[in-house]
Design a protein around this ligand. Structure first.
Ligand code: 5AD
Ligand code: SF4
Length: 440
């Protein structure tokens, strides 16, 4: 688009998949109001960072990046630099005053962007950080760049108030899109050639549109096209209903993969985290899922070193991991977030102890993932192709509907094709094999 004289906008995204989906909404809004999205930062007239506040480390990295981007203003004085997302919501006018950015816009005020950018281009700083009980961007068409897999936010916010988590404060109360509008968007994605959609929400199982719950939504989306692969994330154990489990089991095109954050294996710590379930309840849920959905894959989130966590309580987390045998896990050191209830407990676990516990958790999970993946050797799995492998142009890479990455030799297939691959080797992160038949 060389002869495109519209102003160019570049958005850099940090954090969770909800932010990736929000960036597409932001670009959808800006594209409609006359801006041209670009992937090349040096070409941009407007640079926005869509940010994450979930841990301090995430914020530090973004602050550093902001410093580098702001330096570009020396050569390009008219460049507009802005902060979107959770950090915008958390730090608010501070970012205008201390970091001297041009605009600060929280997750529920993206409709104000065109107006705020008009102001910024004329030299006026702007801010929009009000949270909403109703905003779902239901009518906005996201600007999507990728052609095979699409993210789709179906609900926003979180009402769970886990004591460590900043999200209920930065993303506000739970609210859901209309089922009909989600289904229409999925129909359009299928027409455009998308082969996979992932329904997103911070707490996606709490989805509700009047009489419809999340299981109804998932079934409706799966029915759009039985060849469309449909996944979802993230699930809170409290809201994972029997109806949802049965819905996943009943349809071939619903991914057999559930991300089910446990956070800790100790009942006392779970209580202090306000997770609303016990270890026993969680393990019962895992047994139920496994008995009803054959070959389901499970992953989790774990926090090491929550305030007051004892060594024995940490060991309970390790023993829960052994018991569940997760396919994968996202593992973090506890990071105190000002304004959350846990912040008041202090941060009494030393950095050294936290790091030690985290490394035990990571090595255990690596061993479990390795062992679980060895059990796929000799089996034939269905793989949707993403593209060439990161490590070699002679290899293709794709994913199973259990979210496992599979690498195999190049053939005459294209992204989005589904092939059957016989697995002959596996590491903790990747399966390797040869195509036995193509399904397309
Ligand atoms: N410190 C460490 N990890 C956190 N998470 C959320 N808040 C914090 C925090 N303050 C983790 C949880 C959550 C994931 C998205 O991030 O495990 O499930
Ligand atoms: Fe944060 Fe808990 Fe909500 Fe997840 S469920 S976003 S961890 S408050």
């Amino acid at each position: 688009m060389d002869n495109d004289n519209r102003l160019k906008i570049y958005v850099e995204t940090y954090g969770c998949q909800m932010n990736l989906a929000d960036t597409e909404i932001v670009l959808g809004i800006m594209n409609k109001s006359g801006y041209s999205p670009t992937q090349i930062i040096d070409d941009a007239d407007v640079v926005l960072l869509n940010t994450c506040s979930v841990r301090e480390h995430a914020e530090e990295k973004i602050h550093q990046r902001l410093g580098i981007i702001k330096k570009q203003k020396l050569n390009k004085p008219n460049l507009v630099v802005g902060v979107l997302g959770c950090m915008a919501e958390r730090l608010r006018a501070n970012l205008l005053e201390k970091r001297k950015v041009d605009i600060v816009v929280g997750p529920d005020e993206y409709r104000k962007l065109p107006e705020l950018l008009d102001g910024a281009l004329a030299g006026t700083q702007g801010i929009g950080v009000r949270l909403s009980r109703t905003e779902t961007y239901d009518d906005i068409t996201p600007f999507r760049t990728e052609g095979i897999s699409a993210w789709l936010s179906v609900m926003r916010g979180c009402d769970k108030f886990c004591t460590f988590c900043i999200v209920p404060f930065t993303r506000g109360r739970e609210r859901s899109r209309k089922l009909g509008s989600v289904v229409r968007e999925v129909e359009q994605l299928v027409e455009k050639g998308f082969r996979e959609v992932t329904l997103l929400g911070q707490n996606v199982n709490s989805y509700r549109d009047e009489k419809y719950d999340f299981a109804d939504l998932l079934a409706a989306v799966a029915n759009v096209d039985t060849r469309l692969r449909v996944g979802f994330t993230t699930s809170h154990p409290q809201d994972l209903s029997d109806k949802l489990i049965d819905t996943i089991a009943s349809r071939d095109n619903l991914c057999k993969y559930i991300h089910l954050p446990v956070q800790s294996g100790s009942d006392r710590v779970l209580g202090a985290m306000n997770r609303t379930y016990t270890r026993g309840h969680y393990l019962g849920l895992v047994r139920k899922i496994r008995s009803r959905i054959s070959n389901v894959a499970l992953s989790t989130d774990i926090i090491a070193g929550f305030p007051t966590e004892t060594d024995d309580e940490h060991k309970e987390t390790l023993s829960l991991m052994e018991e569940v045998r997760y396919d994968g896990a996202y593992m973090f050191k506890y990071s105190p977030r000002e304004g959350t209830p846990a912040y008041k407990l202090g941060d009494d676990i030393s950095e050294e102890v936290k790091a030690g516990r985290l490394s035990e958790i990571i090595s255990l999970q690596q061993r479990i993932s390795y062992d679980v993946n060895q059990t796929t050797i000799g089996k034939v799995v269905e793989v949707m192709i993403d593209g060439t492998s990161k490590k070699s142009d002679l290899q293709l890479s794709g994913r199973t509907d259990t979210n496992k990455t599979v690498v195999f030799p190049v053939g005459s297939y294209k992204s989005g094709d589904v092939v059957k691959v016989k697995i002959d080797k596996a590491t903790s992160a990747t399966l390797f094999g040869e195509v036995v038949t193509s399904l397309n």
